[in-house]
Structure formats: C-alpha cells, structure tokens
Design a protein around this ligand. Structure first.
Ligand code: OGA
Ligand code: MN
Length: 213
C-alpha cells in the first residue's frame, strides 16, 4: 500500500549516471546514441530547412574588419534556437536536454537555471581555433554540450574533429573526437580548451550551454 505513495519521479538512468561519472573524473563525457538516427535526421532536416531560409547569421556580425578577424578564428554560421517557438524537431531536442538538466540538478546540485543552444553549420574550409567557452565577464556557462547531426558515414578525411586539450598531471594531451551523428560531447566550459579542425565537408551540429545564474 505504502509504495503507492513513493516518489517515483526519480528513476536512476544509467546513461546520465555515466555522464556524471565521466565529468567528475575527467571533466568531459562522450555519449554515443544520445539521439537515435531517426532523431538526428529530424534535427538535421530542421537545420537544413532554416539554413535554406537564410535564417542563419554569420557567427558574429560587425563591421568588415571585425568580420575578417572573426573569420580567422571561427567560420561556422549559427542560429540560436528559441525554445518558446520550437518546431517539432526542436521540441524533441529540448525534451531530452531538459530531462538531462533535471537529472543533473537532482543528483549533482549543479544549479543549472538557464540554457542556450544554437544550430551550427561549418561550410567546407572552415574551423574554430583553440578557445575556451567562457567570456571574461561572464562565468555562468558551466557545461558545454555539442550534438552532432551529420549524416551516417562521416569519414576521417572529412576533418572537423573536435580536439579537447586535457591536462594529465601537468602534461597536455589531446582528445580527438569525430563528429559522428547521434554523438554528444559534454564538457566543463570553464576548464577545457578545445578547437574544431578544418572541415572538408559541411559539418552540422547543435551546440549549447547549461548555465547557473
Ligand atoms: C563551440 C565549439 C565544438 C564543436 O561552438 O564553441 O567549440 O565540436 N564547438 O562543434
Ligand atoms: Mn567552444
């Protein structure tokens, strides 16, 4: 009888548990099949549709000199996603992300209160030089999340590896991660320097941040 009144809102989730373990141990986690291939294609279609509508803006827009400088740092074009105006694909995306956030907040006391996500498309020949995801005057970004939306069969010669620069007992090591569809990479925004190597084929993703207040 009593168990009827048990709080069943929290059920241990092995995938989320291993994300948490990884992040505690090494400040990053690589999750395979976070999105099914069905979900990846729905999200990729949404990205492509918006890109064709020309809704994407260059990753940062300023004057021409500015633009040239920025292009030498990053060449992706992005579109921020408004959860309040989410289409079907984006609802699916935020359902999964929100469930992860709830889990993290219940088990880790991370205090994630905000999130921001954008589509990103790297045209052939573009890259994102080594950087860290937090701004000098804003340290609210806690976790970076990158979700790859490429088609099946991403080849090494397509480039576009995400490289994480890790510190192993004072020695720098590189963790090379290919942008395979369905794969999600989560890392500590304030700690891990990283870069996107030049792409030889259009590279698609959704990238975002979980933030504290
Ligand atoms: C970024 C970023 C990594 C990736 O958008 O800040 O580092 O693999 N993206 O796309
Ligand atoms: Mn980054």
């Amino acid at each position: 009888m009593n168990q009827l009144f048990e709080d069943l809102s929290f059920v241990e989730n092995p995938q989320y548990e291993s994300i948490i373990e990884d992040i505690l141990a090494q400040q990053y986690s690589i999750v395979e099949d976070f999105f099914t291939s069905e979900e990846v294609s729905v999200l990729r279609e949404s990205l492509i549709e918006k890109n064709e509508e020309d809704a994407f803006k260059k990753s940062a827009i300023g004057n021409r000199v500015n633009e040239l400088i920025i292009k030498s740092v990053r060449g992706d074009i992005i579109l921020w996603i408004d959860e309040l105006k989410a289409n079907k694909a984006e609802l699916l995306f935020f359902n999964k992300i929100n469930s992860l956030i709830n889990y993290l907040n219940k088990t880790c006391f991370l205090g994630i209160l905000h999130k921001e996500f954008h589509y990103a498309m790297y045209p052939k020949g573009t890259f994102y030089k080594r950087h860290i995801d937090t701004f000098q005057n804003d340290d609210r970004r806690k976790l970076s999340i990158v979700c790859y939306l490429n088609e099946d069969g991403w080849l090494p010669e397509n480039g576009g590896e995400l490289v994480l620069y890790l510190d192993e007992n004072g020695k720098e090591t590189e963790k090379v991660i290919y942008p395979f569809p369905g794969r999600v990479v989560i890392f500590e925004s304030q700690i891990i320097e990283h870069e996107v190597k030049p792409v030889n084929k259009e590279r698609m993703s959704i990238t975002g941040w979980l933030k504290t207040r």
